[in-house]
Design a protein around this ligand. Structure first.
Ligand SMILES: Cc1cc2nc3c(=O)[nH]c(=O)nc-3n(C[C@H](O)[C@H](O)[C@H](O)COP(=O)(O)OP(=O)(O)OC[C@H]3O[C@@H](n4cnc5c(N)ncnc54)[C@H](O)[C@@H]3O)c2cc1C
Length: 384
């Protein structure tokens, strides 16, 4: 366990939802904290995401520790959103209709029943719906429907608004943000001493937090022993435009192939592909086709909707799909990365655990399964 730090300066590499949330909490606690972001804060994966807070329907066998963290994180969201809105004056679009997961065929229904039984055994509150009950909640569901699950606690938030609000709250709490400043880690005598800025100057800090998302392994200056096993997992997405006064859909909807997320402003987000293609940012015909086809099979009425936007994002994937949280092999360097498909959901709990670790030197039991040294015996991932 590293020594407690009561006064000290913290430098954060990366101004996505993770870096901003940690920075905001540290600044609120009176710590001198500066965030270095090579582009515009909040424009990485945190901008690309769908904003689902899906701890329940995302629970999978073999991920018990991660499920505990995601459910803990989910429980923090309502208070986090309220505090963020109060601090920033910006509404973050937390919607609490819950999620419906549908089966289109009998095979889908058998698979859905299997995960329903598993998730219920984990204590997730879920309700099985027959086709008529599902259609009563979402009348635009198509004719092909073999069953559904309602998950009342799997909500959504407007992740783009969240990062804008976090940026404002961080600055209002006294944090300093340096945008368009790509930094390298500065290490001396095996200890992180700060960050080397784009202009070559050294910004000294007592602790450095690495929160560079999918780019975390590629940050210059990282010794091999501390380079996180994090790689980009490409996701293509698109948004359609619904009439906000008469939206086609109100719940978050999971289908066997895609998910659909209706925003309050009428945008209907459809996502997402999962591709191992490094940082290839191209949108492909096959990717967009599979999203539209998957959504259309569930809700044929989408075919009338205009396309508003298409985009690509890079999830920070780790070897076990769980985040890397806590001290690294380099003294003074703390990792907060590898959140993969759950970084929006896990932002409040990550900020709480990392802030506590930095201020009190505590490794909370909730953080212990996610310490970066769990991969120490394995060779580091190549920097992408
Ligand atoms: C298509 C898609 C859909 C998703 N949907 C969901 C969802 O519904 N729910 C959910 O919980 N999660 C979702 N996610 C995952 C979530 O978006 C990520 O886990 C989360 O945004 C990671 O946040 P981050 O701050 O670590 O990374 P990012 O937001 O990518 O931020 C990292 C930042 O670090 C900066 N940076 C990198 N290198 C340097 C450097 N050397 N110096 C300075 N700055 C640097 C980058 O410019 C970037 O801004 C989705 C992701 C994708 C791609």
């Amino acid at each position: 366990m590293s020594a407690p730090m009561t006064r000290g300066r913290v430098a954060i590499i990366g101004g996505g939802i993770i870096g901003l949330a940690i920075g905001w909490r540290l600044a609120q606690a009176g710590v001198a904290v500066e965030i270095f972001e090579r582009g515009e804060a909040g424009r990485g994966a945190s901008f690309a995401a769908a904003g689902m807070l899906a701890a329940g329907v995302e629970s999978e066998p073999g991920e018990a520790a991660l499920c505990a963290l995601t459910r803990h994180g989910q429980a923090l969201w309502p208070a986090f959103a309220a505090a963020l809105e109060a601090a920033s004056g910006i509404a973050v679009g937390l919607r609490e209709e819950g999620t419906i997961e549908i089966a289109l065929t009998r095979d889908d229904a058998a698979r859905l029943r299997h995960s329903f039984d598993f998730q219920r055994r984990q204590g997730v509150a879920l309700e099985w719906l027959n086709a008529a009950e599902a259609r009563a909640r979402e009348p635009q569901l198509g004719p092909q429907l073999a069953g559904a699950v309602f998950s009342p606690h799997d909500h959504q938030v407007d992740n783009r608004r969240v990062v804008i609000a976090l940026r404002a709250a961080f600055l209002a709490a006294g944090g300093r943000l340096h945008e368009r400043d790509e930094v390298a880690l500065a290490v001396e005598n095996d200890r992180a001493i700060g960050v080397r800025r784009g202009d070559g100057t050294l910004h000294e800090a007592d602790r450095v937090v690495l929160a560079a998302g999918a780019w975390s392994a590629a940050v210059a200056g990282l010794p091999a022993c501390a380079r996180p096993a994090v790689r980009p997992i490409k996701g293509q997405m698109l948004a359609l435009t619904m009439n906000p006064a008469a939206p086609l859909l109100r719940h978050v909807l999971w289908t066997p192939r895609v998910y659909l997320v209706p925003r309050g402003d009428g945008r209907l987000i459809i996502g997402a592909t999962t591709e191992e293609r490094g940082f290839d940012a191209s949108l492909t015909a096959g990717g967009i086709l599979s999203l539209l086809e998957g959504a259309w099979r569930a809700m044929p009425a989408i075919e009338e909707l205009p396309i508003a936007e298409t985009w690509v994002g890079f999830r920070p994937g780790s070897r076990d799909d769980a985040p890397l949280l806590g001290p690294s092999a380099v003294a003074g360097l703390v990792l907060a990365t590898g959140h993969h498909r759950n970084g929006i959901l896990l932002a409040p709990i990550t900020a709480e655990l990392i802030t506590r670790h930095l201020i009190e030197g505590v490794i909370d039991p909730a953080m212990a399964p996610f310490l970066p040294d769990r991969f120490a015996a394995q060779p580091a991932a190549p920097a992408a």
